[in-house]
Design a protein around this ligand. Structure first.
Ligand code: SF4
Length: 306
């Protein structure tokens, strides 16, 4: 599945919500500074002294184990794990992705909808393109979306299309028979429960047939312009494990998503899928990665040295 997490809709996209986020300051396993031996601290400079009448001195008391709450929170941030060299590795990948010439850049999910359609139709088309893209090359997904759009890719039209015709339109996307079923079921739910629009939360999206967390977060980012999580597909999963961007090796994309969201600053969540999918299509290939061409070859734990 090759999809992107960046919203690239015309006029700010079909989404009505705007994503925002705050970055988390993280430090690499920096030892905690010793806590003060003093039983209390004054925010005024110098040792605590008797205050003059009318002048308030703010005093904060240590917690039971010897540190103030503010100090403990600061220590917690400093101690939070993050991978070594990740900023340099990220910059290198951005440089390698500079030309935006990977398949995902031409045929990703944000390229497959009809930009002249009403917003709710665009959102429906985004959802369908992501459903089709699972286990499918971008070229195949893009061709299937083109056929569907020529047929008429709206909720009503799809509901009126028999399963055999729908199958012919989307073939040969991966698991196309299952996808016919999921598309029909999901489309009926959208018609009945959401006024032919798509849901606007991860939780509701994940209740639709065939929609998991990866797809739900990508739908939120692309269709609603709201970054709610990192879209981890097979490329993101593989590359972040190679770069050791996960504290311990992860077995599934969902484990990877949770591990990445634990340390990666939130303002990068929307970029990471697009960046790594294209990188995985062109250089950090699943089999025989092109390490000799990779700017990260000297700082990647998985680089082939020969
Ligand atoms: S050095 Fe090789 S394994 Fe490491 S990121 Fe680059 S291509 Fe991937």
């Amino acid at each position: 599945m090759h999809v992107v997490g960046m919203a690239v809709f015309p006029m700010g996209g079909p989404g009505r919500q705007t994503g925002n986020g705050s970055s988390k300051a993280c430090g690499l396993t920096v030892p905690s500074p010793p806590l003060s031996a003093s039983r209390f601290h004054s925010t005024a400079a110098g040792p605590p002294k008797r205050s003059r009448k009318g002048k308030k001195i703010s005093v904060r008391y240590d917690s039971v184990d010897g540190g103030s709450q503010e100090e403990e929170e600061a220590d917690s941030k400093r101690l939070k794990w993050e991978p070594g060299n990740w900023r340099q590795q990220l910059e290198n990948i951005r440089e390698m992705r500079r030309h935006k010439d990977a398949p995902v850049d031409q045929m990703g999910a944000e390229k497959c909808f009809d930009s002249g359609a009403p917003p709710e139709v665009m959102r429906y088309q985004v959802l369908l393109s992501l459903m089709l893209s699972s286990q499918t090359k971008d070229q195949v997904t893009s061709a299937a979306m083109l056929r569907l759009r020529e047929h008429g890719l709206t909720v009503d039209n799809v509901l009126q299309t028999d399963d055999g015709t729908l199958g012919q339109l989307i073939y040969p996307v991966g698991f196309w028979k299952n996808k016919v079923k999921y598309i029909k079921q999901t489309t009926a739910i959208l018609k009945q429960q959401y006024g032919s629009d798509i849901p606007g939360t991860v939780e509701e999206l994940m209740k639709l047939p065939g929609i998991g967390p990866k797809m739900a977060h990508l739908v939120m980012a692309i269709a609603w312009n709201n970054v709610t999580g990192i879209g981890v597909d097979t490329h993101v999963h593989r590359i972040t494990n190679r770069l050791r961007w996960v504290k311990e090796e992860t077995k599934t994309p969902e484990e990877t998503r949770v591990a990445l969201e634990d340390w990666l600053p939130r303002d990068l969540w929307g970029e990471i899928n697009w960046l790594l999918v294209g990188f995985g299509q062109q250089i950090c290939l699943p089999v025989s990665p092109r390490c000799q061409e990779c700017l990260n070859r000297d700082i990647c734990p998985a680089a082939k040295r020969c």
